[in-house]
Ligand binder design. Structure first.
Ligand SMILES: C[S@@+](CC[C@H](N)C(=O)[O-])C[C@H]1O[C@@H](n2cnc3c(N)ncnc32)[C@H](O)[C@@H]1O
Length: 197
């Protein structure tokens, strides 16, 4: 059977050129701006966007002009190609969250709208913990439509591994030793979970 990771890579390579369509981009920008307003990142921070896709979050961060050190990883070459065009000073790597390798560690690791695509999310939580500095923050923004719609979305979206409920996210963060775990609904369908290493 085809591995979920390969399925996701194929799927996102195929849809990359349609990803930044006007309607979705507006929704994404609105949600990510709300998330950034809430988090208030410190200047000079080292930030990784894991599953950065076409680089929209990194673009918003770059526009803040706050001397951030920005990196992004993704498994889709085609999504990264689009990201490269809109970013100036960001290190982008073709790399999976299952296999993160960085010499440096980060103040913030983001995963936006990507967590439900991760097959081995236990390994990934361990990896996120490893690459964060002490007191660094893991920030996961992901869809939550409620129990029934989550089930339907899981069954129809290509490459969807698992929809985590708010309680499951909280448990997972605690299981991987994150402290001060808190959650906030960014809009009707997007849930933010934050934890400190
Ligand atoms: C729905 S897109 C979200 C992209 C971006 N974070 C955003 O908010 O627009 C999910 C992204 O996760 C990437 N992805 C899926 N599984 C991954 C993995 N295991 N490691 C790294 N990236 C992954 C996909 O290639 C895709 O670009």
């Amino acid at each position: 059977m085809e591995k979920l990771l390969d399925k996701n890579k194929k799927f996102f390579n195929k849809i990359a050129r349609y990803y930044d369509n006007k309607i979705f981009l507006k929704y994404l920008t609105n949600s990510q701006n709300k998330m950034l307003d809430f988090i208030k990142i410190k200047e000079n921070s080292k930030i990784l966007d894991a599953g950065c896709g076409t680089g929209n979050l990194l673009h918003l961060l770059e526009k803040q002009n706050k001397k951030y050190n920005l990196s992004g990883i993704d498994i889709s070459e085609e999504m990264l190609k689009i990201a490269k065009k809109k970013l100036i000073n960001v290190k982008l790597k073709l790399q999976s969250t299952e296999n993160i390798y960085f010499k440096e560690s980060f103040d913030y690791v983001f995963s936006t709208e990507a967590f439900h695509h991760y097959s081995d999310y236990n390994l990934i939580m361990e990896n996120f913990n490893k690459i964060l500095k002490k007191d660094g923050k893991l920030i996961v923004l992901d869809f939550d439509f409620g129990f029934l719609l989550n089930k339907i979305f899981h069954s129809i979206e290509p490459g969807n591994s698992k929809m985590h409920s708010p309680e499951e996210f909280k448990r997972l963060f605690k299981q991987y030793r994150f402290k001060n775990v808190m959650q906030k609904r960014i809009n009707l369908f997007l849930l933010l979970t934050i934890g400190k290493k």
